[in-house]
Design a protein around this ligand. Structure first.
Ligand code: HEC
Length: 122
């Protein structure tokens, strides 16, 4: 009988833990996706550099990127909303990165957070 009660108790604790689980409460955010203060230099530029500069650097834009430049801060800030649409693969824009698969959620969320935090040049 004692073991029976104990196992119910343990079962409830495990169940309780499940509902307090961060991933359960915030399923769309990977555990290590921290967007509290996004930095252009540390967070945004590395994404663009890795996935976009092959076609949208100042040098490559004319040949490969339809002359859309995403290397200078002002160019990125000005085009930020259409960039976000292309990253999210929204209707009405070309999905980016062209020819590649969609970026992982954390990168999309980070880019969106940078816009919402005022597109800082930080
Ligand atoms: C392989 C080359 C290539 C890569 C890599 C690439 N693009 Fe593009 N991008 C293009 C081309 C070419 C266009 C012109 C539209 C088209 O042909 O689809 C374009 C168009 C765009 C546009 C304008 C879309 C519109 O419909 O107005 C944006 C914004 C953009 N790219 C952002 C990005 C971002 C952000 C990345 C990286 C995540 C990226 N691109 C990666 C080649 C590329």
């Amino acid at each position: 009988m004692r073991i029976f009660i104990l196992s119910i108790f343990i079962g409830c604790m495990a169940f309780g833990c499940y509902y307090d689980n961060e991933e359960y409460l915030f399923p769309e955010l990977p555990g290590d996706c921290d967007t509290t203060s996004v930095s252009y230099t540390a967070d945004i530029q590395p994404i663009l550099s890795a996935f976009c500069y092959a076609c949208h650097s100042n040098l490559n834009a004319a040949s490969f990127g339809n002359n859309i430049k995403l290397e200078d801060f002002t160019d990125v800030a000005e085009q930020s909303s259409v960039i976000l649409s292309t990253l999210k693969h929204e209707q009405g824009v070309s999905p980016m990165p062209k020819g590649g698969s969609q970026l992982i959620d954390c990168k999309l969320i980070t880019f969106e957070a940078w816009i919402n935090q005022g597109k800082l040049d930080n």
